[in-house]
Design a protein around this ligand. Structure first.
Ligand code: PLP
Length: 302
């Protein structure tokens, strides 16, 4: 089968390359052991959204993995902007990655490997397409347990996705749009590429632990503050999920997205809720606010 690549461009081993040419050695620990961290930021109409928060999280992740990124933040920003420019994209999904790299003679000591940084830009992608917003997501509530934080620190954005991918396969087989996973206490965690929020009569809440601290999740907290909406971090039980007034997912890949069905059963009246609409509108309004977004051309000029 021919590999088909989306419109895009990459940066690897010190230079910009076409996506189809962006390849890593088979002995890279990132490939063989999922020993890597990454981050994804989006570009909307020529502007990065909250780039500094993504860059901060990425550098922190590389530190927590004991392979602190050696490149300067400004250099990385230029590389990301360069990928978008070379790809000729107005709106893009932009990923930066650092793998552990290759160790000499493939010795089993990760400290001896030389980390490798890479990046690429492809067209903006949606977990829930804009035109399906009112319909919302129909999620499968799986009994798959998300990898516990005592095994893999979920605040390090990572490629340990076997639990999430199994959830996606189960969901697609059953005709759902995506899946959500639980923790060891059967509380709700997150899904493949998104955090979850529940709205009930007490306010809005999202799991306080065992999940990636999503930048869109943080953005919801910042927007709620502006709107004077009560918001907190605390566990979501399965019962609270089923009886919610509103549910929504948050991700760099699509923003704030209503969940209107769980296991094909309606949540409340099965429509995207008032709170979700309000946050969604303000979220997109912020995309051309210079306090929240950065022009690609400004990064390339500096
Ligand atoms: N949870 C997981 C496991 C993710 O992989 C992602 C993003 O890819 C998210 C949550 C959402 O994070 P963000 O809002 O930073 O995109």
């Amino acid at each position: 089968m021919n590999e088909v690549f989306p419109q895009g461009h990459a940066w690897l081993d010190g230079k910009f390359v076409e996506l189809s040419k962006a390849k890593i050695p088979i002995l890279d620990w990132g490939f063989l052991r999922s020993d890597a961290t990454y981050d994804v930021v989006h570009v909307w109409k020529g502007r990065f959204f909250r780039l500094d928060l993504h860059i901060e999280r990425f550098y922190k992740s590389t530190q927590k993995l004991r392979m602190p990124c050696q490149m300067s933040k400004d250099e990385l920003k230029k590389i990301l902007a360069g990928c978008v420019k070379k790809a000729g994209l107005e709106s893009a999904y932009v990923e930066m990655i650092q793998t552990r790299g290759v160790s000499p003679n493939f010795v089993r000591d990760p400290r001896q490997a030389t980390p490798r940084v890479m990046a690429f830009a492809v067209p903006f992608g949606w977990i829930l397409k804009q035109e399906d917003f009112e319909k919302g997501l129909n999620v499968l509530l799986t009994d798959i347990k998300r990898i516990p934080p005592s095994s893999v620190d979920p605040t390090i954005k990572n490629y340990h996705w076997m639990d999430l991918v199994t959830g996606m396969l189960n969901a697609y087989e059953k005709g759902n749009d995506t899946a959500i996973l639980v923790d060891e206490n059967n509380n709700i965690t997150e899904g493949p590429g998104f955090n979850l929020f529940c709205v009930d009569e007490t306010g809005i809440f999202t799991p306080d632990h065992g999940v990636l601290e999503g930048i869109t999740r943080q953005t919801v907290f910042d927007l709620a503050k502006e709107l004077n909406i009560l918001i907190s971090k605390k566990p979501i039980s399965i019962e609270q999920l089923r009886n919610a007034k509103e549910l929504f997912a948050t991700s760099t890949a699509g923003g704030i997205m209503p969940i209107t069905k769980v296991n094909s059963k309606l949540i409340a009246d099965g429509k995207a809720g008032e709170m979700t609409h309000k946050l969604h509108k303000l979220y997109w309004d912020k995309h051309d606010d210079p306090g929240w977004s950065t022009l690609i051309s400004d990064i390339l000029m500096n």
